[in-house]
Design a protein around this ligand. Structure first.
Ligand SMILES: Cc1cc2nc3c(=O)[nH]c(=O)nc-3n(C[C@H](O)[C@H](O)[C@H](O)COP(=O)(O)OP(=O)(O)OC[C@H]3O[C@@H](n4cnc5c(N)ncnc54)[C@H](O)[C@@H]3O)c2cc1C
Length: 398
């Protein structure tokens, strides 16, 4: 039912209160007058997690409790939060189907992120639930559980695997690998251990010059990269990972990255991802972030098909572009804001050192240099900037 006050208001619906959705909603709220637009954010979860902490929690470098906040804390007055599941979207009718009712919109922002599917790799879920040696650290719970298991680990083969699907933060498995190597050294058990990371590609990291620098570091530290390894199955009883081409990798401790896809509400119950190569990603213009078919629909973050690295750093930049372009359309002005593909990945090479990999659609930006300052920035500074500024729509460098 529309109340008297909402008649004539522009209705903006934001799907997802994760990184991209929360930032976009807060930027829009600060940009638009309260009597001009209603902003509604929908999320099935009431917790917002700081996902870049997930490779730090296992080593005790950040405190687990501080990485989860109640979603309602994130929104300024004037944003309505609906705790419900998005079931589908009908962009012709401008309607979002929720678990409990429908939500109409004039503008839609899709920020539903990646769906983790631990069952897509046979043996992964079983290994996690039934043994003490498999920790899919992309899940908050597994990252927390891993801390105790690492304390008890007294050496052996530590393996990090990656799925064939696209993953968020492609640098995270490398950080997990390097921090594990460093942790085992600090514990004095690296001599009797092996550290291995797999990827179904020729190289462990996509972007130069960071890749070359990482190869040098991994050679020095005797970290093994198993190239073109497509994980077919994990056998948690035998503690072996099988690849599609018949290789077998034995492990004593396994940190697999879970296969990742688009959300079914979008891929199966809306036409928004129909045009993407594998049907998993919302199809948008990579600069304006507007949907390729529906002018009133925008998408950002991990759920869309722009060819950027799927990171919070990318979503942060995209949020400003989406908010500016919606504001322009509301005033019948041309959209001017353009996203340039910026993404950043602080590659934590060991406790106390990191290399900042920053790049856009065209080129690399930062120098491939390890420094203590980069570690301090990533581990000690960015979490509070994230919670207190970026998520709330404040950004000194949008
Ligand atoms: C281990 C790990 C390490 C990372 N490290 C970094 C890093 O160092 N730097 C960096 O920049 N990025 C990093 N990232 C990536 C970063 O967290 C993501 O790229 C970012 O959160 C994407 O934002 P998003 O809004 O697209 O999705 P998310 O933040 O995942 O939010 C999606 C939201 O949509 C909601 N949702 C989904 N489907 C539905 C539905 N059907 N109904 C209702 N709600 C729904 C979810 O509940 C969720 O709240 C890391 C991620 C992981 C897992």
């Amino acid at each position: 039912m529309e109340s008297q006050e909402t008649v004539g208001m522009t209705k903006i619906a934001v799907l997802g209160a994760g990184t991209g959705g929360a930032m976009t909603a807060n930027i829009l709220r600060r940009k638009l007058d309260r009597d001009e637009a209603d902003i509604t954010v929908v999320d099935k979860s009431t917790k917002h997690l700081y996902q870049p902490s997930f490779y730090l929690l296992p080593f005790g470098y950040l405190d687990a409790e501080e990485q989860a906040r109640d979603v309602t804390e994130l929104f300024d007055n004037g944003i309505e939060f609906v705790n419900d599941e998005v079931v589908g979207v009908n962009p012709d009718e401008k309607t979002v189907e929720l678990g409990d009712g429908n939500l109409d919109y004039d503008y839609l922002v899709v920020a539903t992120g990646h769906r983790l599917d631990p069952e897509a790799t046979p043996g992964l879920l079983e290994g996690w639930q039934e043994t003490d040696s498999v920790f899919p650290f992309y899940h908050y719970e597994a990252a927390m559980e891993m801390q105790e298991a690492l304390e008890d680990f007294d050496g052996g083969t530590f393996v990090v695997t990656q799925p064939d699907t696209p993953i968020k933060c492609p640098g995270a498995p490398l950080k997990m690998t390097m921090l594990a190597d460093d942790y085992l050294r600090r514990k004095g058990i690296r001599e009797e251990s092996e550290v291995v990371m797999t990827r179904n590609a020729d190289h462990h990291f996509g972007v130069q010059p960071y890749r070359e620098k990482l190869y040098d570091l991994w050679d020095e530290r005797d970290i093994t990269f198993e190239a073109n390894f497509s994980v077919e199955e994990i056998d948690p009883d035998a503690q072996v990972v099988h690849s599609a081409d018949g290789r077998e990798l034995e492990y004593d401790f396994l940190a697999p990255v879970t296969p990742q896809y688009g959300q079914k509400a979008i891929t199966e119950n809306s036409p928004l991802a129909d045009g993407s190569e594998d049907g998993e990603y919302v199809t948008i213009d990579q600069h304006s972030l507007q949907h390729t078919e529906y002018d009133d629909v925008f998408a950002l973050g991990d759920c869309e098909n722009a060819p950027h690295s799927k990171t919070a750093a990318a979503a942060r930049k995209e949020a400003h572009v989406v908010a500016k372009n919606i504001a322009s359309l509301m005033e019948d002005k041309p959209m001017k804001a353009e996203y340039d593909g910026y993404a950043a990945c602080p590659l934590l090479t060991q406790k106390g050192k990191a290399m900042m990999a920053e790049f856009d659609y065209e080129d690399s930006i930062s120098a491939p240099v390890e420094s203590k300052l980069n570690w301090i920035l990533d581990v000690n500074v960015l979490p509070s900037v994230y919670w207190n500024l970026w998520l709330r729509g404040y950004d000194p460098l949008p």
